[in-house]
Ligand binder design. Structure first.
Ligand SMILES: Nc1nc2c(c(=O)[nH]1)N[C@H]1C(S)=C(S)[C@@H](COP(=O)(O)O)O[C@H]1N2
Ligand SMILES: [Mo]
Length: 364
């Protein structure tokens, strides 16, 4: 058996035309998590994925203010020092972009072409939001609270600040954090400095970065990022269903060594330990991970999670025989939800939690 890496098939011929400029610039601005860091419970600082729609605001910690406004009975304003003086909480939370996995759906929407790398786990430090909302006292007729960042831009001709909302009922269930630090250091600018929220158990779009205002609303929020996108849709006529909790999913650390361009994997024959992380939304525990070799599934061992909202480690032993193999992983959560083999259809490629497939060549 010849090693295809030392005697490779020719690279695809140089082709006419360039990648589409919009897809290229999105891909360059929004980096993915390095899959090799799936070996760790906490993603190293700087290796976590990024998704920013507009430009990264560069804000001054010493002058930044958070306002509680709108239909609050006791509206107020806080400085960053006020926020840091509140009781401090540190919580590892797995964030995943709702568009993660979009690249394997066809036809495709012009958007960030994620393969599978838009997921990561930082230890977020901040303070619980709920007591501050209680202090501001929503008026009797309040139905939702909106969260708005200072980043402004256009989507489909509509100019808007990035903003999202949660209903009062959702806020009661979710342990939303007002976050000013990550992995023991101040938030990096690209992750929302000086202040963001983290909504544990939900896809990433809810975790508004560069947060400047929290508004109590007596009507449902109509912001672009709430109503014009982040909805599961079958087709263009479908009014859609809002995207909320993360779906059950798992990934593996790419085994062996890669080929630079194709990212194909080369593994030495013999015993190999395969591992990775598995997660689900809303604090749901992972109860099972299966490791697939050429379509045959084996039980993997679970190595635990560092918080209710953080991914769970898994590992499996594999006797690598010479040849090419297809490796897969498939997680099940405590509700019995299991990853599908094929991507669930969505018009914008949202919520793709299909099993990951990694092709490896085993040889000397
Ligand atoms: N203000 C603001 N908040 C935002 C976004 C944004 O573009 N602007 N992107 C959202 C999306 S879609 C995701 S997936 C997460 C990504 O967080 P990260 O870049 O810190 O990983 O931030 C969310 N919060
Ligand atoms: Mo996202």
């Amino acid at each position: 058996m010849t090693n295809p890496f030392s005697n490779p098939a020719p690279k695809p011929a140089t082709q006419d035309g360039v990648f589409d400029d919009s897809e290229r610039s999105l891909a360059n601005r929004n980096s993915g998590t390095l899959l090799e860091t799936l070996a760790l419970d906490v993603t190293p600082t700087g290796a976590h994925y990024l998704l920013t729609h507009f430009d990264t605001p560069l804000l001054d910690d010493s002058t930044h203010r958070l306002t509680f406004q709108g239909a609050f009975t006791h509206p107020f304003e806080m400085s960053m020092d006020d926020i840091r003086a509140r009781p401090q909480v540190t919580l590892p939370v797995t964030l995943e972009c709702a568009g993660n996995g979009r690249a394997s759906l066809s036809p495709r929407r012009y958007s960030m072409p994620w393969n599978c790398e838009a997921v990561g786990t930082y230890e977020w430090t901040g303070t619980l939001l709920a007591p501050l909302i209680a202090q501001a006292k929503p008026a009797k007729d309040v139905v939702e609270i909106s969260f708005t960042g200072v980043d402004y831009g256009y989507d489909s001709g509509i100019g808007h600040f990035f903003g999202r909302s949660l209903t009062l009922a959702q806020l009661e269930e979710l342990e939303v954090l007002l976050v000013y630090a990550m992995n023991g250091q101040p938030l990096l600018p690209q992750h929302g400095a000086p202040l963001r929220i983290v909504v544990p158990g939900w896809y990433g779009m809810a975790s508004v970065k560069w947060l400047s205002s929290i508004e109590a609303l007596t009507e449902p929020f109509r912001g672009y990022q709430q109503v014009n996108t982040y909805r599961y849709k079958d087709n263009d006529q479908d009014e859609g269903r809002p995207i909320t909790e993360i779906r059950v999913k798992s990934l593996m650390v790419p085994p062996g060594v890669p080929d630079w361009i194709s990212r194909a994997r080369f593994v030495e024959p013999g015993p190999v330990t395969i591992g990775g992380r598995a997660w689900s939304g809303a604090g749901r525990a992972i109860t099972r991970v299966e490791f697939g070799v050429d379509g045959i599934w084996h039980e993997a061992d679970l190595t635990g999670r560092s918080s209710r909202y953080a991914w769970t480690g898994w590992r499996a032993d594999w006797q690598a025989e010479p040849g090419t193999h297809v490796l897969q992983c498939r997680a099940t959560d405590e509700t019995g939800a299991v990853q599908p083999l094929d991507p669930p259809w969505d018009l914008s490629g949202f919520g793709n939690n299909a099993v990951q497939t990694v092709r490896v060549f085993v040889g000397d």
